[in-house]
Ligand binder design. Structure first.
Ligand code: ADP
Ligand code: ZN
Ligand code: ZN
Length: 721
């Protein structure tokens, strides 16, 4: 008697196991295919992992109810990538696989594209009032390309409401097959500079072989132009490419440049897409349409079938590492994906991660250097300004304010960068020294001037700030440290006639607000930009000639081994916003440690030398990238429970070749009333570390833990606090 065929199914659950089901007669299945299965009293969507496995003896299995489509939602290469990532990052396979599906398909919706309506003119001439400029423009756009789709119109800047409006006026009608907008013709592509040409000549030639290239190009050297050029010359009309970027909404200019070259072939993928848009884009990729996808982190997991090039822009950016759940690094997965797909991956940055720098030095990655700015731009001049015992106003020294004044007087723009990391404004009592702490975390509350409130940036706790010291009732209770708001206020007092544009999380939360901000800055009119980390990311403001760094010292003495690297990267990136146009740029860095070697090296603008120095320190400390690292984090009602849990793991982890640090309380030992501890594991052998972690996870899965105790494994952690 033949045994019944069974399939092993992954469910979207945080469980480190798969579920066996009988395959009904006649049902054809392939790995990666979506099925519906009974689960308890529910029906769930599952993904086939294996077929024809032996059923465990004596177990009564339920049968698969049916398939959702006849083809695998996750084709081979994507499926293999995700199963690899599940093992590498020690994350449950079901959750990894489901990450690659759009939300609609995770919920078991059919994989059908929502029709994108197309439009043609319903009259030859539209009788529209002469002042209805947008409507006239919209009508003309449809007249010029009959059959144009709503999404193409929206991309050209029209709104769906405007389209509806013309439809209601019976000036346009639905119909005709959608045509895709071609790339803007006759765009004079800039001739590559000599330095760009030299770099271009070294780019990987074959799109059917694996190669990893690190493009180390200083800020403003024209890396984006090189990517465009590369894709234009190497990508065939039927091939797919992926361009990963850290945060898509912050750099609409970059997107516009890609669209100018490639028109509708450019698709985007980021967290602000709605479910319908996600499904549509996902289907285009799954159907093998020749898209060039510009996307954030999770785009690397999509089911491409003709992927021939991967570009990771700003590859050093820490937002490539997912901070919760499936803690993968989009950059590292991209490299593995290129390896699986046998295609080139190009990592670009002005401040490469030490991981990539190390790989380049080891010869694992090809290194291309581009050390001249494109066009007429010159690298900015960096200057350290020691602020010890200088009077400060909201963190700004006299010389800094003077430089801003001179810049504005020349009709140019100034950028004031407030390093948020490690510095937050707090209320302090100047009599007793009292600092208000979060009642639920081991952190200080941050003071927000706008609404005179105190907030915890870790748990969202908030309270009204009092006017007197809560401890000694002194009235000498004032904000210290600097946030963007205080700096903005002080600048407004000094420069009452100048527009001040604040760019931080709060001011850019609304959809489209960053676009409005950038538009304003790009008029080139004198103004002061004030902002945090967001200002450091890839913007191209040609008229910014002065960058002031309010305080550079955040990362110098942090406990986190990555802090100096991140500090230098941020400072160089923000410095890179100065002098990108024809006028030279200057950067003033306020610090209390003007003799620190990292900062003096920074002023020579030599990232390569700094990276070498930081790598040497990592080697001495036997830290990544010289060894593999993973952290097991635990949190519980009491610190004792957290530490105890990690203590039980220690003997299991102990083996030759594994070094263990801890367990220790985390730097922020209490967060939202949860007590957090960590166990750090290091090893020369990644595979050995991986095996040990697998055992620990198996043990933890089976251990009977108090219901409020949680644990996670973080492989290649970005933060060790
Ligand atoms: P990066 O990505 O390295 O910071 P970009 O590609 O954004 O640099 O280029 C910086 C600026 O220089 C942009 O305004 C871009 O249009 C311009 N640029 C790039 N390449 C050239 C070139 N070959 N000739 C003239 N301008 C260029
Ligand atoms: Zn808190
Ligand atoms: Zn006090």
């Amino acid at each position: 008697m033949t045994r019944p065929a069974i399939a092993r199914i992954a469910l979207n659950r945080p469980l480190r196991r798969l579920f066996d089901y009988l395959i009904p007669d006649g049902l054809e299945l392939a790995p990666g295919q979506r099925v519906t299965v009974p689960f308890g009293r529910q029906t769930l969507t599952g993904l086939v992992v294996e077929i024809g496995v032996e059923p465990p003896p004596g177990v009564n299995l339920k049968a698969i109810k049916g398939t959702l489509e006849s083809w695998p939602a996750l084709p081979d290469n994507t499926f293999n990538l995700l199963t690899w990532a599940s093992d590498y990052y020690q994350h449950p396979m079901g959750e990894c696989l489901f990450t690659a599906l759009p939300p609609a398909l995770r919920r078991g919706r059919p994989a059908q594209e929502k029709a994108d309506e197309s439009w043609h003119p319903a009259t030859t001439e539209a009788a529209l009032p002469a002042n209805a400029h947008r409507q006239v423009a919209l009508f003309n756009a449809i007249k010029e390309s009959p059959g144009i789709s709503s999404s193409a119109l929206v991309k050209s800047g029209f709104s769906r409401a405007q389209i509806r409006n013309l439809q209601q006026k019976k000036l346009i009608a639905e119909g005709a097959k959608a045509v895709t907008a071609p790339a803007t013709k006759d765009l004079p592509a800039p001739t590559l500079s000599a330095a760009q040409q030299a770099a271009s000549a070294q780019m990987p030639e074959h799109t059917h072989e694996f190669s990893a290239t690190l493009l180390y190009g200083i800020t403003g050297s024209g890396k984006t132009e090189l990517y465009l050029h590369y894709l234009k010359t190497h990508l065939k009309a039927n091939e797919q490419a992926l361009v990963l970027v850290p945060e898509i909404n912050l750099t609409p200019q970059t997107l516009a440049r890609f669209r100018r070259y490639f028109g509708d072939r450019i698709q985007v993928w980021h967290s602000a897409l709605n479910d319908g848009e996600r499904l549509n884009t996902w289907l285009k990729i799954r159907n093998g349409e020749p898209v060039i996808l510009i996307g954030t982190r999770s785009a690397v997991l999509l089911p491409f079938s003709h992927l021939r090039t991967i570009i990771v822009d700003e590859e050093h950016d820490s937002s490539y590492k997912q901070g919760e759940g499936f803690r993968y690094s989009g950059r590292d997965v991209a490299v593995y994906r290129a390896h699986l797909n046998r295609c080139p991956v190009i990592l670009g940055s002005a401040t490469p991660s030490l991981e990539s720098w190390h790989n380049a030095q080891q010869g694992k990655y090809q290194l291309i250097r581009l050390e001249e700015r494109a066009g007429n731009a010159k690298p900015p001049q960096l200057e350290l300004l020691d602020i010890r015992s200088r009077p400060l106003e909201a963190g700004l020294s006299r010389p800094t304010l003077n430089s801003i004044k001179e810049t504005l007087a020349r009709g140019e723009q100034a950028l004031v960068f407030v390093n948020r990391r490690g510095f937050a404004p707090v209320m302090m009592c100047f009599d007793c020294g009292h600092l208000e702490e979060c009642p639920r975390c081991d952190t200080r509350l941050t003071y927000h001037r706008r609404d005179h409130a105190m907030r915890c940036h870790h748990c969202d706790y908030q309270m009204a700030a009092s006017h007197t010291c809560p401890k000694c009732q002194s009235e000498n209770y004032k904000p210290v440290g600097q946030g963007t708001e205080r700096t903005e206020d002080t600048l407004a007092e000094h420069f009452p006639d100048m527009p001040i544009v604040r760019v931080d999380r709060d001011s850019t939360q609304r959809k489209g607000s960053i676009q409005a901000i950038l538009k304003r800055v790009n008029t080139g009119e004198p103004c002061i930009l004030v902002g945090t980390q967001m200002l450091a990311k890839g913007h191209d403001f040609p008229n910014v000639t002065l960058v002031c760094v309010v305080n550079a010292d955040g990362g110098l003495f942090s406990v986190d081994f990555r802090a100096p690297e991140q500090m230098i990267q941020t400072l160089l990136q923000v410095s890179g916003r100065a002098g990108r146009g024809d006028k030279p740029g200057k950067v003033l860095i306020q610090t209390c440690h003007s003799d620190h070697p990292l900062l003096t090296n920074l002023c020579r603008c030599n990232y390569a030398a700094i990276a070498d120095q930081l790598l040497a320190e990592r080697e001495t400390g036997a830290l990544p990238p010289y060894r593999a690292m993973a952290i097991v984090r635990a949190e519980a009602d009491t610190m004792q429970n957290s530490l105890q849990l990690l203590d039980t793991l220690k003997p299991m982890a102990q083996s030759p070749g594994i070094e263990i640090w801890g367990p220790l309380p985390a730097v922020i030992a209490r967060k939202a009333d949860r007590h957090r501890a960590q166990l750090i594991l290091c090893s020369d052998s990644r595979s050995h570390l991986n095996r040990v972690l697998t055992q620990l996870c198996q043990h933890l899965d089976q251990a009977r833990l108090p219901s409020s105790t949680r644990w996670v494994v973080d492989v290649d952690p970005q933060e060790t606090g």
